[in-house]
Design a protein around this ligand. Structure first.
Ligand code: BG6
Length: 388
């Protein structure tokens, strides 16, 4: 912050019009505006300079709006890159390739053929080390408002006319705006407790009375022609039994079974997109079990495991996104109105929890979260997808 630091930085930078300058602010949101102002007012930027800001972008709708307002004083919207590293993940981009690069899926990608969609981002890590930040955020702000909602947008959006920044972001924004409000009481909020070995959330956060959630499970609806009445189940948490992130699209049951009982049950088709680990896409289909023994059916995956199929090195999500910053491509970055719309959806939920002062339900570290999360989906006659 000191004067000296800034002049030294200025001296370090090459004064060449053709060199792109990108400033990456990997700091708390309260420092973004000040940094942006310094860069601008000290003559460290030009019209082609870019700033990259990390999530969390604001703490609630009001602070996100204020932050956008402040940044806009110093930089144009096309210079501001709001990063969400989930958009840089290989499978997330593949989601768009699968949807819009094939004829096969898009005609089925709607309420008529899709039964429901699940998005799970499960982590085994706890919040130890960053407890003081996390305790003020919780899973809703830390994961749902950004990463999970971004995934939801890419699954649910209409085909953009082009794979270009504003065309894609316009479609994502429409999804967020079409999201029905969720009853805050229907959302499962969990907080991990010790399993005897791993510390509890409260120990990690160093706050013995913390009410903050480290787990969320919710059901929501995108109310438009494409998705009316199709449930989207979202789930994320820390200290779960496995590190596993995936999107599962479950298609509706076949309308009529022509096979007799000996053939076995017919499972619903599922498209499983695995973000991590073992990135890849599996399309589950029914086929005949090979060999003699008559017509017996079997559920098998068409497996597109990226690690096996594509041997080249995959850039890390951040590497890819930072390259996009240099190239000046904002397609995978969040636009101002998108971030604000996401906060608009989340804000009433956070406020309701705050007003009621509800604490999260306990779940033992190393499990799949509170049993209410299982009940949330089983009540509808469905189950969370078990990773294979
Ligand atoms: C960050 C969250 O944005 O994403 C962390 O603040 C979380 O709490 C992390 O652990 C998860 O990212 P990844 O790439 O490890 O799934």
């Amino acid at each position: 912050k000191g004067e000296g630091g800034w002049s030294a930085l200025k001296d370090l930078l090459r004064d060449d019009e053709n060199v792109v300058r990108a400033y990456y602010f990997s700091v708390g949101p309260s420092l973004f505006a000040d940094l942006a102002g310094q860069v601008r007012n000290r003559g460290l930027s030009n019209r082609d300079t870019r700033i990259v800001v990390e999530i969390p972008f604001g703490h609630a709708l009001e602070s996100a709006r204020a932050l956008n307002e402040e940044l806009a004083q110093y930089f144009h919207e096309d210079q501001i890159y709001r990063i969400d590293h989930y958009l840089g993940k290989e499978t997330v981009q593949n989601l768009m390739a699968v949807r819009f690069g094939n004829m096969l899926f898009e005609p089925l990608w709607n309420a008529q053929y899709v039964d429901h969609i699940q998005i799970t981002v499960a982590e085994t890590v706890g919040v130890g080390g960053r407890g003081s930040y996390y305790d003020k955020s919780g899973a809703m702000r830390d994961m749902v408002q950004n990463h999970l909602m971004q995934l939801l947008c890419l699954i649910a959006m209409e085909p953009p006319a082009r794979f270009e920044a504003d065309a894609v972001r316009d479609e994502k924004l429409k999804v967020i705006r079409a999201l029905d409000p969720v009853d805050p009481d229907q959302i499962v909020r969990g907080q991990y407790t010790s399993d005897g070995e791993m510390p509890s959330y409260r120990e990690d956060a160093e706050n013995p009375t913390s009410k903050t959630e480290s787990f969320i499970a919710l059901k929501c609806y995108v109310s438009n022609w494409r998705w009316a009445n199709t449930p989207f189940y979202l789930r994320t948490g820390k200290r779960l039994s496995e590190r596993m992130s995936e999107i599962v699209v479950t298609f509706r049951p076949i309308p009529h079974n022509i096979f007799d009982r000996v053939a076995g049950n017919i499972s619903q088709n599922q498209l499983v997109m695995r973000l991590q680990p073992d990135e890849g896409v599996k399309q589950w289909l029914m086929i005949k079990d090979p060999g003699p023994g008559g017509m017996r059916l079997k559920h098998v995956p068409l497996d597109m495991s990226f690690a096996q199929s594509f041997r080249g090195r995959n850039p890390d999500a951040y590497e890819r996104l930072l390259m996009d910053v240099i190239r000046g491509n904002q397609t995978l970055f969040m636009r101002r109105d998108e971030v604000e719309a996401a906060w608009e959806w989340v804000d009433p939920i956070l406020k309701a929890w705050d007003e009621k002062g509800l604490k999260a339900q306990g779940y033992t570290a190393g499990t799949w979260g509170p049993s209410a999360s299982v009940a949330l989906i089983e009540r509808d006659g469905r189950t969370w997808h078990e990773p294979d």
